[in-house]
Structure formats: C-alpha cells, structure tokens
Design a protein around this ligand. Structure first.
Ligand code: IVH
Length: 682
C-alpha cells in the first residue's frame, strides 16, 4: 500500500454521525445488559463481551468528549469523597407503616376499613424488604437525585453513591418525571463476602445485611459504595396522581416498564384470605429470596380508595406491615462458656450445635445472665429452642428436652472470672455477676474493642485479631499505649509485614484528635451511647468541662437521666479513669471541641464570592461547599458580601472587595473555615 494512502487514512476524520450512532448503540446495549443482569437477574451476555463494549464506549468518549453525557454507563464511576451528606426535603412526606402481629391484627386492619367504607377491598401483597428506604427522583427519565428516607420529611442526598449502583438505572426506558420509593438491600451472599473482606482487612464486621447495606449507601466515599453489590427494589410511585395511575398493580407494572426492579413475588389478591395465603407461602419460600425480609406489606390495591382512606400522622390507613414472628429453631447445647463484658458483667453463652436461622448459621446464643439461665433450666446436652430476632444476637427461648441424666451437665454459676480468676461479685439488688478487677485482661480487651470501634475513635484496621495480640503480647495495657506503638511493634504481630504495620501505625496517627462526642462515647461509660455522648459534648463543650461537671449540672441537661448522670460522675471519679485520661493527654490524644455543631454550619447566612483559580477544589466544588455550610455563593461583590475567597490570578472582584472593604480570604483560610464546621473532618 502506498504511504500516502496510509497517511490519508490516519488523518481522515471518522464521520461524527457514525460515532454518535455507535456511542448511542453501545449505550443502549450496555443499559439493556445491565437491566437483564441487575434488574431481571437474567444475564444476557458474558462478562468478557460486556467489558469489551464498555471499553469501546470509553474509548469513543475519550476521543470525542463532545458526546460524553452524565448518564452514560461509563459515568457510574465513583466521584470524589465528600465531607458529609446534604439534607434535602422530600417532595412529599415518606410515611412509615403500622405493624400487624398475627392474623387477628390483620383482620382488625380490614375491619377498620370496612367500618368506614363498608367495603372489603382487593389488596396487593409484597415482601417487606429489610433494607434501607430510598427515594429516587427522575426528571424526563434521567436520575436527578437519590435521597434516604431520613425522618420522612428530610433525608440525606446520597446521589453520588446511588449513581454507582447498577441496579438503579441512570436513564429510564421512558422520559418520565417520576418520584419512586423503594428499598436497597444486600443479599446474604454479598453480606458474607463484605464481612469476610472486612475481617481480612482487620476491620469490624457488620452485624447484619441491613447495617451493611446502610453502611455502603451512607459512605462518604462513593468508591466504597461502588465496590458493594446492592439491589434496589422499587415499590411505590409517589406522584401517582400526576401519572394518572389507578392501582398499585398499575404502579408496579409502570415501574417495571421503566426498567426498575420491583420486589420479587408481588401478588394482587381479591380479599384478606388471599393475603393470608400469600403470607404463609412467602414464609415458606423466604430463604430462596436470598435477602432478608421481615414480613409482608398488604396494601389496598385501588389508589382512589387509598386516597379516601388517608393516613394518620405516621402511617397510611390503606396499608399494613404483617410482621413474621422471629424465627425459632431447635438445637442442642454442647457447652456453656462465660464471657466477660466491658463493664465486667459475666454472661453465660451457650455453645450450640450449629443451626441455620433466618439465613445465617447460629452456633452461639446468649443466655443474658446466670439467673435467667438457671430459670430456663438450661443444662449442657439439653435440646433447646433458639430464636433470632432482627439485630438481636440469638437467644435461647426454652428448654425442650433435658438430656439423659448420665449425659447432662447442669449449669453452675462460676465463682471466679474466666479471664483473671478474681472473685466474682453481685452488686446489691442486681442479678448480674461481675468481675470487679479493674485490670482484668478480658474486660480491657472488650473496652479496647469499643474504644477503636466505628462510632468511637474509628481506628481503621484494628479488628479483634489485632487487638487480642496487642493485649496478649503486653504491648497495650491502656488505651493510650496504642498511640505510643511504633511500626516495629506491629511487626511483632502474626502475619504482619512492613506494609500492614505502616498502615496500622498511620491509622492511629490520623485519629489522635477526635470530636468530643466520639471521645466521650469511646470511654464506654454505662448508659452513655452515641446519643448521650452527643448531648454531653454539645452542652459541655470540652473534656475539662465534662470532668468538672457535678451531678446536679449533669442532671440539668435535657434528656440525661439521673442514673446516667450518676454513672458519669462515678466513672470520672475512679482513679483508673483519671489515670487513663492523663495517659491519653500525655500521648497527645485530644478531644476536639465541637463549637460548630452547637451553632450550626459555619457559613449560615453568609454571602460568599469566589474569584480566581483555587488549587484544592474546582469552582463548583467550592460553591457547593459554601452551600453545604448554609452559605450563598454570589456572582459579584457588593457591600453585603460577607467575604471574598481569592485564588490564583484573581480578576477585578478582588479589587472591588478592597474598594468596598469586604474581607478577603486566602484559599487556606477558606479551607480552615470549612474544616472547622460540622462534618468538616468527621
Ligand atoms: S410501602 C406509605 N412496601 O418498610 C407506604 N414499604 O416499616 C410506604 N418497606 O419505610 C411503604 N418493603 O422502608 C412498602 N414492599 C414494601 C416495603 C416497604 C420494605 C419498608 C419501607 C418503610 C418501612 C415501614
């Protein structure tokens, strides 16, 4: 071939129309495959073919940025992490549901309808998915926003995260203006995968799939959401009247037509007995769903009738959630161990012959306390009934059959701590046995686990295995010792090489300063959970003030009860705690004040002008940050401007600011201002 021809070919521009057509065709195929895979759960193409299409589309978009649109399948890539979620109002209130436990309460629900309307309506029955409630807003078929339910009126804008979820279409199959409600769930298989990854990374596993799904959706870093497989099931159209829908059945059909998944196995039934049959059938088949449900939602099918029935302040009168009783299974008690809690409480834990309950294998069950265990009459070898309800750890309900006398070992209350062998005591008026040795290793380990946990110091990578070794090797005897460890110390741990050791060491350095509420929570004071810790931090403002607080002043804090106030005072007066706090201080660990949390966002009501080029963020990000903190980004400087942020190469706005004597901030000063506000760094 003549060289000129090659040259000619290389420079000849592809026909833009043909590129546009190819881009369009690729997007349509990818969307169709996504729909088949994530919504219908029936893959239509091999992974390799799918990847090839995706790569080709990426190539074309890179070469022709003019064709790139935000709803292209390539744009599911996770954006930059944010500092916090913006609170946004829902278009209409997201109601919750009233519950019915048992057939009697279901009948009462219908009787109320009958009383008012003298009608026994047809219903739609749907699985009640145990996930995270989400509203999606589409405009002309394009995903505009994803918002968590929040309190029903205002939720959190989680759009960047939602955009990474392939079960949520970025573009609907019709250009509808629609507000959709649904549930995000994680399958039990994905939950197991996620937890094993967390355990491998030395992090705390999630208690159940719902928490795991919620954790993934409420990630500040969308890349973390993208790495989890989450399903979304749509069950409701909020603006049904606008869309002229007449029934729930039509609603579900529309959602499916638009390319959304609806809960599997929804069924229209003519009457309540049909609903009862559905409830029984779904119960029998719930394992096969692959994700957790906690009941059945029974809804009046007719939307005009729903409107007539209306709602109470919390829940509609046209729907009810039938809750399945907690699942119970029989198994055998192989042994009983005694575990030592954070506060020294000794809890008998039955070691069970492993049994599947509600999708997970149960091999341990709490007996709460010795008294209860004795009351239940548990003996080793006995056949027992075990229940798992929601998030609660499995518990023994009753003894079904005692083991034969020669095989049975009756339960005996221990007299000494299984960890430190010190004598156990019972506080006056309490049934709980306690180890009161303040240097008991098992107690300390439990406290340490709490100290580093997600809602406390949130030190990444410090899972149970790492902590146990640190304590066993005698490297950590006080919380403060953690912060004094060097990389060499971590190398003493099993399977810990330079890279992990450096990572663990680094994780600690970044958590030397935490907000006061976290600091208080991490101390593990009895009765002081996240909520109470937040109240104390907000009202007292500093650790010094907390330490100086009297019983009276604590009691005055709204919502802090007398018992909690007493616990706080006793706790802080104990010599071990005084010593621990001193050590933390010496190790350079501090509780950061949370002034901003008390006064609200940093820029409330401020009019902010940004000029010139900023290094750390784009103009849009800077303006978003201003809005997030309650401020108003403005286009021009006037006397009412609160301040002007000046980046590199500023224009005339910087001069105008000087002229009008409006304060001028450098980028660093602006950053510092953002960091000091709630959610700024934590
Ligand atoms: S309908 C106004 N349908 O259950 C009625 N809710 O306990 C709106 N849920 O907040 C709710 N599966 O998050 C409906 N098939 C389903 C559901 C469902 C799960 C959740 C939903 C709601 C909660 C109420």
């Amino acid at each position: 071939m003549a060289p000129e021809i090659i040259f000619m070919e290389a420079v000849s521009l592809p026909d833009p129309d043909s590129v546009a057509r190819e881009v369009q065709a690729l997007r349509e195929s990818i969307r169709a495959h996504d729909h088949a895979y994530y919504v219908l759960q029936r893959p239509t193409v091999s992974d390799a073919e799918y990847d090839q299409m995706m790569r080709r589309l990426e190539e074309l978009e890179a070469a022709h940025p003019e064709f790139l649109t935000p709803d292209s399948p390539t744009q599911r890539v996770a954006g930059t992490p944010s500092d916090r979620f913006e609170k946004v109002p829902h278009s209409s209130r997201l109601l919750s549901l009233a519950n019915a436990y048992g057939a009697g309460e279901l009948k009462e629900f219908e009787d109320r309808i009958f009383r008012d309307f003298e009608r026994r309506p047809a219903y739609i029955c749907e699985p009640k998915i145990d996930g995270l409630s989400l509203a999606l807003y589409y405009e002309k078929g394009r995903l505009l926003r994803g918002v968590t339910r929040g309190d029903g009126q205002v939720g959190e804008d989680v759009t960047p995260n939602v955009r990474t979820m392939k079960s949520i279409p970025l573009v609907l199959r019709e250009p509808a203006d629609i507000a959709v409600r649904g549930e995000i769930v994680m399958t039990r298989a994905e939950f197991a995968r996620t937890n094993s990854l967390l355990l491998d990374a030395g992090e705390e596993p999630f208690a159940n799939p719902r928490n795991s799904a919620s954790g993934a959706v409420r990630q500040l870093d969308p890349r973390k959401t993208a790495s989890r497989n989450l399903n979304f099931y749509a069950y409701s159209v909020m603006n049904w009247a606008e869309l002229r829908l007449e029934s729930e059945t039509e609603m579900l059909a529309l959602l499916q037509r638009l390319g959304l998944a609806v809960p599997p196995g929804c069924r229209r039934v003519d009457d309540l007995s049909g609903a009862e049959i559905y409830i029984a059938e779904l119960d029998a088949g719930r394992e096969e769903l692959g994700f957790d449900i906690d009941g059945v939602v029974v809804k009046v099918d007719s939307l005009p009738l729903q409107r007539e029935l209306g709602a109470t302040s919390k829940a509609p009168r046209w729907a009810i959630a039938f809750k399945y009783p907690a699942e119970e299974k029989q198994t055998v008690v192989n042994d009983v161990e005694f575990s030592v809690g954070r506060t020294g409480a000794i809890t008998p834990v039955a070691i069970l012959e492993p049994v599947q309950i509600a999708g997970t294998t149960v091999s341990r069950a709490s007996c709460h306390n010795m008294e209860l265990a004795i009351q239940l009459g548990i003996g080793i070898g006995d056949r027992v009934l075990v229940r798992k309800a929601g998030e609660i750890i499995p518990e023994i309900v009753s003894v079904l059959e005692k083991a034969r006398a020669d095989k049975r070992r009756p339960l005996e209350a221990p007299t000494e701590c299984p960890s430190c062998a010190s004598e156990l005591v019972k506080r006056e008026g309490q049934v709980v046995l306690r180890c009161v040795n303040s240097s008991c290793e098992a107690q300390f380990l439990r406290r340490l686990k709490h100290f580093v946990s997600r809602d406390a110091f949130n030190i990444e990578g410090f899972g149970p295995a790492i902590l146990e070794q640190l304590v066993q090797l005698g490297l950590v005897k006080h919380y403060a010792d953690l912060f004094l460890l060097n990389v060499q110390d971590f190398l003493k741990l099993k399977e810990t090489k330079e890279k992990l050791a450096t990572k663990l060491h680094g994780a600690l350095q970044s958590r030397r300063s935490v907000p006061l509420s976290r600091f208080i929570y991490s101390l593990g004071i009895e009765g002081v959970g996240g909520f109470a810790a937040g109240l104390l931090a907000e009202r007292l403002g500093s650790l010094e003030n907390l330490r100086a607080a009297t019983l009276e002043s604590l009691r005055e804090i709204h919502l802090i009860g007398d018992v909690t106030a007493q616990n706080v005072v006793d706790f802080l007066a104990s010599p071990e705690v005084i010593d621990e706090l001193q050590r933390l201080k010496e190790a350079g660990v501090e509780a950061r004040a949370e002034e901003a949390r008390q006064t609200g966002a940093a820029l409330v009501g401020k009019k902010v002008v940004i000029t010139g080029t900023l290094q750390s963020m784009s103009r849009r990000e800077a303006e978003d940050a201003v809005r997030n903190q309650g401020g108003k980004p403005m286009g021009s400087v006037s006397k009412s401007t609160s301040f002007v942020v000046v980046g590199a190469d500023p224009g005339s706005k910087a001069e105008k600011a000087k002229e009008l004597e409006v304060p001028v901030l450098t980028e660093a000063e602006f950053q510092a201002m953002l960091q000091s506000s709630p959610g700024g760094a934590d």
